[in-house]
Write a protein that binds this ligand. Structure first.
Ligand code: XMP
Length: 326
């Protein structure tokens, strides 16, 4: 039987009991596969890699080495959260690499979206490879592959797989959630005790804020984007919108417009809000955000974020607009 095909008899994991049964089965399978070997995992802080990390920590504890690469394109507080949850609460073997300068130096002046993505993806592999070489005795590589990745790698979204690792990394793969759908991964994550916000967080592209800081990335504009995005997320959470909007974020283009602040001319970038609903990310509709919430977000972003002087709303469904701007 092809181990990459989900058997028709496999029950959908929809509740904590089914999740527990899956966890027990996988813990045993991981122990049988790994023995007393060491396993390496690239832990981005996304749902899939986080759930795999928690599962492996339960199965093999310190035999798992997690590497979290902060490419400087994370949302506000994300890397700190990974350190708090995995390094502290779960006491994992966690290597944290702050590669912000390395990435931003490489990306300086690069405006073309595909080149930006390529640089971000390739640099990740380089850094991860460098770290792997420093460690000895690692013979397994864990990955947060889920079932849609297996289905989609047959075509449509191959360009999204920025995290693909080089084949010469001769390690045996450990992919405990590869037959699960996203909703099942989340149920398993909660059963493993991961925080709700981590397990139910919205999708975030591998190249991170890099594809939302449009054109050539600069540190000041990236910071403005990160702060504006944090305000948007905070207000969506407070108003309850975060519970039913599939994905929402801010993009900041690389041009300025004229404005006035404190009685003086104030040139700044616009913050563009995008909030979409979708089932499979192949098409998407626009979420209607109540105007009072939009006004509040606009007031906060334009008064709290250095460098932003306008807020715009993207009303474009997919198609014709993709969800991300780049
Ligand atoms: P688009 O922009 O193609 O996005 O409509 C569809 C969904 O995929 C996410 N996305 C990515 N995810 N690596 C990822 O892991 C990527 O390079 C990437 N690009 C887009 C996007 O956020 C949306 O949810």
């Amino acid at each position: 039987m092809d181990s990459n095909v989900r058997p028709e008899s496999m029950q959908r994991i929809t509740n904590p009991q089914l999740a527990q049964a899956f966890i027990e089965e996988q813990v045993a399978a991981i122990r049988a596969q790994v023995g007393d070997g060491k396993v390496l995992l690239a832990l981005s802080g996304g749902v899939d890699s986080s759930v795999v990390a928690a599962l492996l920590i339960k199965a093999i504890g310190k035999q798992l080495v997690c590497v979290h690469v902060n490419h400087g394109l994370m949302r506000k507080g994300e890397s700190e959260d990974v350190i708090k949850v995995f390094g502290e609460a779960l006491d994992a073997n966690l290597i944290y690499i702050d590669a912000t300068d390395r990435y931003l130096d490489l990306l300086a002046g690069v405006a073309e979206p595909e080149r930006k993505r390529k640089i971000i993806g390739e640099e990740f592999i380089k850094i991860f490879d460098e770290e792997a070489r420093k460690l000895s005795g690692i013979s397994f590589l864990a990955q947060g592959t889920i079932y849609p990745d297996i289905i989609e790698s047959k075509g449509v979204k191959a360009h999204h797989n920025v995290g693909g690792l080089p084949e010469e990394m001769a390690m045996e793969l450990v992919e405990p959630v590869k037959l699960l759908y996203k909703d099942e991964v989340r149920v398993v994550g909660e059963a493993l005790g991961l925080p709700h916000h981590m397990v139910y967080r919205q999708p975030f592209p591998g190249p991170g804020l890099g594809v939302r800081c449009l054109g050539a990335i600069t540190r000041d504009r990236l910071n403005a984007l990160r702060e504006a995005d944090a305000i948007l997320r905070e207000e969506f959470a407070k108003s309850g919108l975060a519970e039913h909007v599939w994905q929402f974020f801010v993009a900041v283009p690389d041009f300025k417009s004229v404005g006035v602040r404190d009685g003086k001319r104030y040139e700044g970038w616009p913050a563009i809000i995008r909030a979409v609903n979708t089932v499979d990310a192949m098409t998407a509709t626009i979420e209607e955000i109540p105007y009072p919430i939009l006004h509040k977000i606009t007031n906060r972003i334009t008064s709290e974020v250095e460098g932003i002087n306008r807020v715009c709303l993207d009303l474009t469904p997919k198609p014709i607009g993709t969800i991300e701007w780049e």
